[in-house]
Design a binder for this molecule. Structure first.
Ligand SMILES: *Cc1c(COP(=O)(O)O)cnc(C)c1O
Length: 477
């Protein structure tokens, strides 16, 4: 990568067409999301829809939502996106909210608001109580805003155990968190039971519905027994929901909705002494791209309720085909009981290494996400996957067979690395190695991590540890 890296501006600007050509050439090694070979990161509905999003985005390509009073039309769209979303979430007349750049920003903002709220109540050492399966963005919020995290254990179906709250919640708890659904296994936490536990206590309940809240809102109408998760549960005080995921907006759009202004007001930042003028801001960002807001607004209006129902019916049918296919492969099984089109799947046989299967799939051009606790693979199904599910299942079946006949594949590729890093004693080492990878990637001479290469630091040190007898091979064989 370094060889081809430009290190200064061209002396003379390049022709636009040459630049376009160069960027097209550059992406040959990128994940092929367009033919459905990736299972995360890109939520693609259709080329027609993308073309529409680009058109709407481009209309507001230059506008900036930093100062809503300058672009009232942009503020109107933001308000409408928030209103239409809170309507789906059974928000009452007082429900309100903001648009952010994505799920992480929505979660950071929610946790910041609750920390400020807690502070006003005299809480000096704030903690948040969250399921082990909650999104990592809460841990990021904890790091940024100095919150203690207390983790709720999960049951066999990967739902948070409500009984854990007795042990974990105290007077310093600024918020309890549940997911609808969680990302790793796609199940909804028992939000109404958490609400019932909270009862009349003054503890905010944040529901992270970033990935699925939008789609879940439509599933009961399609005949699915989707549990309640939104503002219909009186203790729910805020919900994060990404428009750039299953609402199929353009990237950079999420909604953070609150039950009422008593919660939201703690998020606002106002500084009156700046020489640049009196400054007020609703979220983390300064400049906020108008295009992402316009595209979010456009996607909601274009689909309407019937369009989304249609789309989600298709997605759920595709998901069912895929899950049935995976479960019918000997040795593979779906984790828990996923509530929608996001799920994990693992191996039920000790000798069948799931990461070795992922490596074989990768060799066939599939980008597979690996997860831990337990070791598994992950999938997020979009309309784009509809036509390749059968091909995927054939490959998965063959790769599973290949690993069954060659268990030593678990010692090769990324399988050895991923398998062993699930071992607890390795945590510190893994942390240090990831930091090392990041320093390399962001160094003046950037190097991309090579998880399969001979020089991968994790693997080298693992081999060293195994050689010294520090580590057993229990995860491999
Ligand atoms: C994707 C996701 C997030 C974070 O959203 P980003 O848009 O990636 O920042 C948070 N929670 C859940 C459950 C998610 O799936």
């Amino acid at each position: 990568m370094d060889d081809a890296l430009r290190r200064s501006l061209p002396e003379v600007g390049l022709a636009p067409q040459d630049i376009i050509n160069e960027l097209k050439e550059n992406r040959s090694a990128d994940g092929d999301w367009h033919s459905g070979r990736t299972w995360s990161l890109v939520y693609h509905e259709s080329d027609d829809h993308s073309a529409f999003l680009k058109q709407v985005y481009t209309e507001y390509f230059n506008e900036n939502a930093l100062n809503p009073t300058v672009f009232p039309s942009l503020k109107k769209m933001e308000s409408e996106v928030v209103r239409m979303t809170t309507d789906l979430l059974h928000g009452g007349p007082d429900a309100c909210g903001v648009m952010t750049s994505g799920g992480t920003e929505s979660i950071l903002c929610a946790m910041l608001a609750y920390r400020e709220r807690g502070k006003k109540k005299g809480i000096k050492n704030p903690n948040i109580v969250l399921p082990k399966t909650a999104h990592v963005a809460f841990h990021k919020a904890a790091k940024y805003f100095q919150l203690e995290t207390r983790l709720m254990d999960i049951d066999d179906e990967f739902r948070a155990k409500v009984s854990e709250l007795d042990r974990l919640v105290d007077n310093n708890t600024i918020a309890i968190i549940g997911s609808a659904p969680n990302y790793p296994s796609g199940v909804i936490d028992p939000i109404s039971n958490i609400g019932a536990w909270i009862g009349k206590r003054d503890i905010p309940l944040h529901v992270d519905a970033c990935v699925g809240g939008f789609m879940l809102s439509f599933l009961p109408q399609l005949g699915f027994a989707t549990p309640e998760f939104a503002f219909s549960i009186p203790q729910v005080s805020s919900i994060s929901l990404d428009i750039h995921k299953y609402a199929f907006g353009a990237k950079g759009a999420s909604v953070l909705a609150f039950k009422n202004m008593d919660y939201l007001e703690h998020l606002f930042f106002v500084y009156t002494e700046w020489s640049g003028g009196v400054y007020g801001s609703s979220t983390l960002l300064g400049t906020r791209p108008g295009g992402a807001i316009a595209a979010a607004w456009g996607t909601l209006l274009k689909h309407g309720k019937d369009g989304y129902l249609d789309l989600f019916r298709r997605i759920m049918l595709a998901t069912e085909r895929m899950q049935k296919g995976i479960a019918s492969i000997e040795g593979l099984s779906i984790l828990g009981k996923p509530d929608m089109s996001v799920f994990g799947y693992n191996s039920t046989e000790k000798k069948l290494n799931i990461f070795a299967i992922a490596d074989q799939m990768q060799k066939r051009g599939w980008f597979i996400d690996r997860q831990q606790n337990p070791d598994c693979m992950h999938a997020m199904v979009t309309p784009n996957h509809d036509s390749i599910i059968e091909e995927f299942l054939i490959d998965l079946s063959e790769c599973t067979q290949a690993v069954r006949s060659n268990p030593e594949l678990a010692f090769n590729g990324t399988a050895a690395t991923y398998g062993l890093i699930s071992d607890l004693p390795m945590r510190k080492m893994v942390h240090n190695d990831v930091v090392k990878y990041m320093k390399q990637m962001y160094a003046p001479h950037p190097v991309m991590p090579d998880l399969e290469g001979k020089n991968r630091p994790v693997a080298q040190r693992l081999q060293h540890a195994i050689g010294k007898g520090f580590l057993r091979l229990k995860n491999l064989i």
